[in-house]
Design a protein around this ligand. Structure first.
Ligand code: ZN
Length: 131
């Protein structure tokens, strides 16, 4: 991720962290609204756990109403892992640097705009955002 400045990386990391917090809060609210006591019990734990632990715990739960949130939480966790590993912002398909504007709009993206378009054509059901 040589094409990213240190300040840009720090900014993206903060954006990912903030989105993770937001998602955990949304998950907590959804669990609290559930009819099942088990879900409401879990709601109390979500706020205190890390993104990855929450995602793992909720994946076991297999509850469709929070699937989308859990999926996004995993993407955030993976993106932050790539930041630490130094592979963040590199397109998984062509290995080029992903445009920083695209990263700021979609901090969890793993593809540059060009490869994302190709990928969407071949995997139309996934609905990844384009920029
Ligand atoms: Zn690419």
């Amino acid at each position: 991720m040589k094409h990213l400045k240190h300040s840009q990386i720090a900014h993206l990391d903060r954006a990912l962290e903030a989105r993770g917090r937001e998602l955990r809060e949304e998950i907590r609210q959804l669990l609290l609204q559930s009819d099942q006591q088990h879900h409401r019990d879990l709601a109390g734990m979500v706020g205190d756990m890390g993104d990855e632990s929450v995602a793992n715990m909720l994946a076991d739960l297999d509850a469709a109403f929070i699937d989308r949130h859990v999926h996004e939480l995993r993407e955030i966790e993976a993106a932050r892992g790539r930041l630490v590993a130094g592979s963040y912002g590199i397109c998984v398909d062509c290995r080029d640097g992903i445009d920083v504007k695209r990263l700021e709009a979609y901090p969890t993206t793993v593809r540059c705009a060009r490869c994302a378009t190709v990928h969407e054509k071949t995997h139309a059901h996934e609905g990844t955002p384009t920029l």
